[in-house]
Design a protein around this ligand. Structure first.
Ligand code: HEM
Length: 458
């Protein structure tokens, strides 16, 4: 089953709609669930507007499990959520990211060095599952910024057991939410979870507690997320310790899974579109004669790199079936349609991002659609593209807190990769992967993707 059909299968949970109609309709209908594939729906659903506050998250999808502390994701009450944002925002601001640059560069250097050590890479080239290496980089970065210690993935060329568990738990979470639709069956779920899994959960929660405690005991003032977070045991101005433990785990998942998917998917499209990869490679190599000139500030100014990333975000959204919300008491309007209270609604990023109503040749990888020389040219096929349809970080009060960090990571790792290596398609099964042929369990499953890497001859 393809990525798209599975995305739609997942959407059936929400939408009960036929994938055959997907690109022809403005929205899906089901008894009480509607997905929108229209760009104006982004702000109608997720932003505070002068007509109504952002639509809330529902208990069914986002309620905290009984007995567990609140986190930024399951704080449903807007005031509680704002408490989390106020306590956490400073660690994710543009200036915080600037102060974190040395940490990002350290892991980018380790990423390049480890790849350089692979046999054959300095000769005719070698086949590398690049998804795995992007994973090592992203998890090490997020471990360091989140807990003050990396997961040592790059050093050991192995995923920490915690990391390996994350995808399985996201897959399980999708099933749990599906079962919450049938509360009379929840007892089945309790019986079905093996004791081994429950034990693993407890161990992993304990690991987060230990890691946060170790970080809090460090005397140094590191430029990481934790040093910015305000603690308040009364839970009024900042986070309680229990909330910090739980939130640190959330950051590890939210901040790694997503970035790895986008950079892997973007690389997949680049390698399958060799002429686009060549333009990107030339841009980066022409701009930097020395690798240590590749700074975050300089990368912000590279038009083609940034266009590649934008196109990657359009085509490789890590949560392609969307972010569910519920219509508040009294009802609400989305894209001009009035909906009764308690209707489940969302924007379907995949449907919208790949819709011919929004984009010229929507299934083609065209970074050019983001370049000003095309967007401003009346004769360009991309002139009429609806670029506001692409909101991979969402909008409004719950928009992604890690947006600036993600852009920094995506720019840095892609730029340093193409600066150092010639990359091309590998003639292996994993080399033939088409990004869109993958399944989705809330997030994209992410299969191995092989590329040939060859150290650039200078
Ligand atoms: C390409 C990478 C990323 C994408 C596409 C992405 C996307 C998103 C989206 C769409 C949301 C909104 C979720 C919702 O409303 O239900 C979100 C929220 C969030 N993201 Fe990201 N994210 C990315 C990277 C990161 C990173 C690097 C971090 C942290 C280091 C992070 C941390 C979070 C957190 C904590 C939230 C919850 C915010 C809130 O509820 O106020 N994300 N992300």
């Amino acid at each position: 089953m393809t990525f798209l059909s599975l995305a739609c299968a997942a959407a059936v949970l929400v939408c009960d709609a036929s994938s055959a109609n997907y690109f022809c309709t403005d929205y899906f209908r089901a008894p009480n669930e509607i997905s929108f594939a229209r760009s104006d729906a982004w702000h109608d659903i997720y932003s505070n507007t002068n007509r109504s506050p952002a639509f809330p998250k529902s208990k069914l999808w986002h309620g905290a499990p009984p007995g567990r502390p609140l986190t930024i994701l399951n704080a449903l009450d807007p005031k509680e959520h704002m408490r989390f944002r106020k306590a956490m925002d400073p660690g994710f601001s543009e200036s915080a990211i600037r102060s974190q640059e040395a940490i990002l560069q350290k892991y980018a250097t380790a990423f390049i060095s480890r790849l350089e050590e692979l046999p054959g890479v300095k000769g005719d080239g070698t086949v590398v599952n690049i998804v795995r290496w992007f994973g090592f980089f992203a998890f090490d970065v997020i471990g360091d910024l989140g807990f003050g210690e990396s997961f040592d993935c790059l050093q050991s060329s192995e995923f920490h057991p915690w990391v390996s568990m994350i995808f399985n738990s996201l897959r399980a979470a999708t099933l749990v939410v599906s079962l919450r639709y049938y509360p009379q069956l929840l007892w089945l779920l309790r019986l079905a979870i093996p004791k081994r899994v429950l034990k693993m959960q407890v161990e992993h929660q304990q690991m987060a507690v230990d890691k946060v405690n170790r970080r809090l005991n460090l005397e140094t003032q590191r430029p990481d997320f934790i040093s910015h977070i305000k603690l308040d045991e009364k839970g009024k101005q900042g986070l309680t310790l229990a909330e910090l433990y739980a939130t640190a785990s959330i950051i590890i998942v939210a901040g790694s899974e997503t970035t790895v998917t986008v950079v892997s998917g973007t690389t997949n499209h680049l390698v399958k579109n060799a002429e686009k990869l060549a333009i990107l490679t030339s841009e980066v190599r022409a701009r930097f004669s020395n690798e240590n000139e590749i700074t975050l500030a300089a990368l912000r100014e590279l038009p083609y790199l940034n266009a590649v990333i934008q196109e990657g975000l359009r085509m490789c959204n890590p949560a392609p079936v969307g972010l569910p919300r519920i219509v508040p008491p009294g009802g609400g309007s989305i894209s001009g349609y009035f909906l009764p209270e308690n209707t489940f609604v969302n924007v379907h990023p995949l449907g919208l991002g790949l819709s011919p109503n929004s984009f010229f040749d929507p299934k083609g990888f065209h970074p050019e659609r983001w370049l000003s020389e095309y967007t401003k040219d009346l004769k360009s096929p991309f002139f009429t593209d609806d670029r506001s349809a692409v909101q991979p970080f969402s909008v409004g009060p719950r928009a992604c807190i890690g947006k600036s960090l993600s852009y920094a990571e995506l720019r840095l790792i892609l730029a340093r990769l193409v600066w150092n290596f010639d990359m091309s398609e590998a003639d292996t099964d994993a080399g033939k992967l088409k990004w869109e042929d993958q399944r989705v369990f809330t997030v994209v499953e992410r299969k191995p993707f092989d590329v040939i890497l060859k150290r650039r001859k200078v």
